[in-house]
Design a protein around this ligand. Structure first.
Ligand SMILES: C[S@@+](CC[C@H](N)C(=O)[O-])C[C@H]1O[C@@H](n2cnc3c(N)ncnc32)[C@H](O)[C@@H]1O
Length: 271
C-alpha cells in the first residue's frame, strides 16, 4: 500500500484505458481520456446495454448503502475497488443517514487517489487508500485505517462491480472470506458482479476487458459462480438478483437495451 504517495498526473497512464476512467465515462463523468472513450465505444458496440448497466449498478450501490445505514445501523463502510468519485459517493449517502458514518475507499488506480483526496479534504471521517485490494491484510493494519475504523463494530464490505477484476488464480472467494474473517458478526457484504449465462458472451466480453487492461482483469462469471462468493453468509431479501431489481426505490432504472451481460448480486450478513 502507498497511501503516503500522492498520485501525480504523470502516474496516470493515458496510453491505455483504465477501468476506473471507463466506468467514469459511462456514468457521465469528466475524468476520462480519449483512450477510455474509445474502449467504451468498442464495448458498447459488442454490448449496447453497458452504459445503462453502469448507471444501474451505481444506483444499486446507493440503495444498498442507504439500506444498511437506515435499516441495520451500519456506520462503517469499506469500499473495495471504489472507482472515481461521482455523485452520491458512499460516505455522502451514509452520512446523509448518520453524519458520524466512516468510510474507507480503496482503489489501485492513481487517478482515484488524486480525485478522492480532493473530495475528502474536509472530511475527517473518510479516507482514500491507493492499494491493491488483494493486500487487504496490510491495508487494514495501516495506522490511518486503524484510526478510522473500529474493527469490533459491524462494518459493510463493498465489492461492487469489482470482483470480476480479480482472476480465478487470485481466488476471489477467499478474498471475500478473508475480509469477512476480519469483521465482526453483524457485518455485511454488498456485492455486484458482471454475469452472463451465455458462454460466448462471457468469452467475448472477458477478452475485450483483458485487452483493455493489458491482461489485468478477471472474467465475466455465471450467476452460480457469483453465488459461491457469498459462502456461508446469510443473504437478505430479495436474494441475489439482477441488481436493478434489488429493492427498487421508485427511481426508474436506466433501461438496458439488451441483456448481453448483467450486474448480479445482493447483500449478505455475517450472523
Ligand atoms: C467498475 S469500477 C467500480 C467502482 C465502484 N465500486 C462502483 O461500483 O461504482 C472497478 C474499480 O475497481 C478498481 N480495481 C480493479 N482491480 C483492483 C484491485 N486489484 N485493487 C484495487 N482496486 C481495483 C478499478 O480501478 C476500478 O476503479
Amino acid at each position: 500500500m502507498d497511501r503516503a504517495r500522492a498520485a501525480t498526473p504523470s502516474e496516470v497512464d493515458v496510453s491505455a484505458p483504465s477501468v476506473a476512467r471507463m466506468y467514469d465515462y459511462y456514468l457521465g463523468g469528466k475524468d476520462n481520456y480519449e483512450v477510455d472513450r474509445q474502449a467504451c465505444a468498442a464495448l458498447s458496440d459488442a454490448a449496447p446495454g453497458t452504459a445503462a448497466l453502469a448507471i444501474n449498478n451505481r444506483r444499486f450501490l446507493i440503495r444498498a448503502v442507504r439500506y444498511l445505514a437506515r435499516e441495520h445501523g451500519i456506520r462503517q463502510f469499506i469500499d473495495h475497488g471504489s472507482g472515481l468519485p461521482t455523485q452520491d459517493n458512499v460516505h455522502q449517502v451514509a452520512q446523509s443517514v448518520a453524519p458520524e458514518s466512516r468510510t474507507i475507499y480503496i482503489d489501485n488506480d492513481p487517478i482515484v487517489l488524486a480525485h478522492g483526496r480532493a473530495l475528502l479534504q474536509q472530511d475527517e471521517a473518510s479516507t482514500v487508500v491507493q492499494a491493491d485490494v488483494r493486500d487487504f491484510g496490510t491495508i487494514y493494519s495501516d495506522p490511518e485505517v486503524a484510526r478510522m475504523l473500529d474493527f469490533s463494530k459491524p462494518t459493510a464490505a463493498l465489492f461492487v462491480s469489482f470482483l470480476h477484476c480479480i482472476p480465478d488464480a487470485d481466488d476471489p472467494a477467499s478474498l471475500v472470506e478473508g475480509v469477512m474473517d476480519r469483521l465482526p458478526k453483524g457485518s455485511a457484504v454488498v456485492m455486484s458482479h458482471l454475469a452472463s449465462n451465455d458462454p460466448e458472451v462471457r468469452r467475448q466480453l472477458t477478452e475485450m476487458m483483458l485487452a483493455n487492461t493489458g491482461g489485468s482483469w478477471g472474467r465475466v462469471r455465471t450467476p452460480e459462480e457469483i453465488e459461491k462468493f457469498f459462502g456461508p453468509l446469510s443473504v437478505v431479501e430479495p436474494g441475489l438478483v439482477e441488481i436493478s431489481t434489488w429493492r427498487p426505490d421508485g427511481v426508474e432504472p436506466e433501461r438496458q437495451t439488451t441483456r448481453e451481460w448483467i450486474e448480479y448480486g445482493g447483500i449478505a450478513f455475517k450472523k
